[in-house]
Write a protein that binds this ligand. Structure first.
Ligand code: CDP
Length: 257
């Protein structure tokens, strides 16, 4: 799956508009980082963005925000699949430029839902367990596609998610596909959340990550798949700084004209 065809096949009913053109006249840079759950995409993308002083777009937070809004609105899960793009847009999702979260951090976008900041609720268990269901709905993806492109076109971006290189930014300047062994991903996720790295927690976390990967890879619309022109980076044995440096090295390599 590569190039604009991927986007158009994935969204047969959507008017996708023009894909941002690649070439020397485009001032902004777009770096797409995709991969399975817990592969370290967001932390890596944030560090790369800070170095390059590009904004960081965490596309997962958009799908989490839609999920949160549907749950808050009391929309029964059985009805999610019947939503149309207008109803998703009516949830009032916005991406606003915001100050860096920490000194020296990258510019970033704050996700707002109908004028409210969902904050930590986006990463709650309730949202995490349902986000893959919401993300598989074509109307949800159609509604978020243009929002992501419009945001990135203005500023350039380091974007992380599942379909950044295949669908949203098929002409990204650099595409990375980050992977790591499931056991290692589970370990990192427990550490990130400050939980004990015990065998039982590891087994549970691994099962949850793998279940989400199966749903994300198995869906019809914009499945999690490596773009044919992405660089695959297995970070299982790498430390964090090494993987960031490797992406920066690739990002600084001049593009073909
Ligand atoms: O950080 P983590 O790997 O746990 O997930 P995330 O990036 O916050 O994404 C949460 C969920 O949103 C994923 O499991 C996908 O179902 C969905 N997602 C997507 O479908 N497409 C994207 N570009 C980003 C996220």
């Amino acid at each position: 799956m590569k190039g604009d065809a991927a986007g158009r096949d994935a969204y047969p009913h959507a008017d996708l508009g023009a894909v941002p053109a690649r070439g020397p006249r485009r001032p902004a840079r777009i770096i797409a980082i995709d991969g399975p759950a817990g592969s370290g995409k967001s932390t890596t993308a944030r560090a790369v963005a800070a170095e390059l002083q590009l904004p960081h777009l965490d596309s997962g937070s958009l799908y989490r925000a839609v999920t949160w809004a549907l749950l808050q609105g009391g929309v029964p899960e059985a009805e999610w699949a019947n939503l149309d793009p207008e109803e998703v847009r009516a949830l009032g999702l916005r991406l606003d430029p915001a100050s860096p979260q920490e000194p020296g951090g990258p510019p970033r976008f704050r996700v707002e839902v109908d004028g409210r900041d969902p904050g930590e609720a986006l990463r709650s268990v309730r949202v995490t367990q349902r986000v893959s269901t919401a993300a598989a709905i074509p109307a949800v993806r159609t509604a978020l596609l243009q929002l992501q492109r419009d945001t990135a076109r203005r500023t350039g971006v380091v974007a992380d998610g599942r379909d950044m290189g295949t669908v949203v930014f098929p002409d990204a300047d650099l595409k990375i596909f980050l992977v790591a062994d499931p056991e290692e991903r589970a370990r990192r996720r427990l550490l990130q959340e400050g939980r004990e790295v015990s065998p039982i927690n590891l087994a549970r976390e691994r099962a949850l990550l793998e279940a989400r990967d199966r749903r994300d890879s198995g869906r019809e619309t914009a499945p999690l798949v490596q773009a044919t022109d992405a660089v695959r980076l297995d970070t299982t044995g790498m430390d964090f700084r090494e993987q960031v440096e490797e992406i920066l090295r690739l990002a600084r390599t001049p593009l073909d004209p």
